[in-house]
Design a protein. Structure first.
Lengths: 111, 110
């Protein structure tokens, strides 16, 4: 049973560029959440997708957007990258709203 | 005020001892609480969750919840070197937001 998968593993981008990160949820899970984790901090909630709709959003600017596909996989898009966007981006999936299981993450470096 | 606060670390315990981790939350509407373990360079791994007042035990781990005091704790009994990691406390609000604390780093000395 495959767990949550994310791609790519690492990514280096330049300020002002755009990036797309991808996530496939654990089998049987229909809800995907995205988090940003800066070094030495806990994960910060970006948004959650359920039934292809953004159900809830954290305190992140509109530069952060997402999408969920009919097969429940999801994308996180970040436009106009800033140096401060450098972080580990985590995707978590769940069925229902209780336990969330995290993928391995994508390490984004903005130079 | 942060939504979830954890006792500042790092916490160093000898092998075989009990490690005690504490967490408080500000949103009284939070219903479920989670403890994750995160090894350096890895993603968080769910240890256990609790939603009723009292204790919940799973192997060497015991979670405790006191909603009146808005307090959650995690006890790790018979600590092993493999327990050395950062432990994250998280609270799930009624509007589906999962808020994390900054984490407490635990080192188990052999």
């Amino acid at each position: 049973d495959a767990g949550v998968t994310q791609s790519p593993t690492h990514l280096i981008k330049t300020r002002g560029q755009q990036v797309t990160l991808r996530c496939s949820p654990k089998s049987g899970h229909d809800t995907v959440s995205w988090y940003q984790q800066a070094l030495g901090q806990g994960p910060q909630f970006i948004f959650q997708y359920y039934e292809e709709e953004e159900r809830q959003r954290g305190n992140f600017p509109d530069r952060f957007s997402g999408h969920q596909f009919p097969n429940y996989s999801s994308e996180l898009n970040v436009n106009a990258l800033l140096l401060g966007d450098s972080a580990l981006y985590l995707c978590a999936s769940t069925y229902g709203v209780v336990e969330q299981y995290f993928g391995p993450g994508t390490r984004l470096t903005v130079t | 005020q942060k939504e979830v606060e954890q006792n500042s670390g790092p916490l160093s315990v000898p092998e075989g001892a009990i490690a005690s981790l504490n967490c408080t939350y500000s949103d009284r509407g939070s219903q479920s609480f989670f403890w994750y373990r995160q090894y350096s360079g890895k993603s968080p791994e769910l240890i256990m969750f609790i939603y009723s007042n009292g204790d919940k035990e799973d192997g060497r781990f015991t979670a405790q919840l006191n909603k009146a005091s808005q307090y959650v704790s995690l006890l790790i009994r018979d600590s092993q070197p493999s327990d050395s990691a950062t432990y994250l406390c998280a609270a799930l609000s009624n509007d589906y937001k999962l808020s994390f604390g900054a984490g407490t780093t635990v080192t188990v000395r052999a």
